[in-house]
Design a binder for this molecule. Structure first.
Ligand code: RTP
Ligand code: MG
Length: 169
């Protein structure tokens, strides 16, 4: 039990436990990097109060791309998706926040940008399913797998943001 938790009232402790602190893996795909949308996308997550705990720009090799999309192996879009993701740099991130896996998926919008709601990242910036701007883990299991696949433990940074006491109830 940390010191802060120990001094909280019972009601406050229950609230703290209600918060589902999670991490998710997010990738800004080559189309968004090429179109100068890195700042716009990161800014949306920042403004939501989501914390960036790891981030890097990299050119993805075929082996990493195939491991990342392994669950789609054998599907018709597997090869084109691997080719696309390795075609130009991406920005890989680990994001942390309350229920962040679902929150990021909601902020991204549905897979096909044509169907994604306006106001979501894909809905606002994309037009084609194979050029859909951003990736976010879709479950706790996949988030864990993808974070381990893309980042070494020492690349993930624990820190406190100055706005945290104003963000959490
Ligand atoms: P992502 O994994 O990239 O976050 O996307 P997602 O969960 O919304 O969609 P998923 O079903 O996991 O598909 C992975 C990526 O494959 C491409 N795709 N193309 N042509 C098609 O029917 C098709 N379906 C999927 C998309 O680029 C999608 O993001
Ligand atoms: Mg997916």
């Amino acid at each position: 039990m940390n010191i802060l938790f120990a001094v909280l009232s019972k009601k406050e402790r229950v609230k703290q436990l209600d918060m589902k602190k999670e991490r998710t893996f997010v990738m800004i795909k080559p189309d968004a990097v090429q179109r100068g949308l890195i700042g716009e996308i990161i800014s949306r997550f920042e403004r939501k109060g989501i914390k960036i705990v790891a981030m890097k720009l990299l050119l993805v090799d075929k082996q990493l791309a195939e491991k990342h999309y392994d669950i789609h192996r054998g599907k018709p879009f597997f090869e084109p998706t691997v080719e696309f993701i390795t075609s130009s740099p991406v920005v890989a991130m680990v994001l942390e926040g309350n229920n962040v896996i679902e929150t990021v998926r909601n902020m991204m919008g549905t897979t096909d940008p044509q169907k994604a709601a306006i106001g979501t990242i894909r809905g606002d910036f994309g037009q084609y399913i194979g050029r859909n701007i951003v990736h976010g883990s879709d479950s706790t299991e996949n988030a864990e797998f993808e974070i381990k696949l893309w980042f070494k433990p020492e690349e993930i940074v624990e820190y406190t943001r100055i706005d945290e006491s104003w963000l959490f109830e």
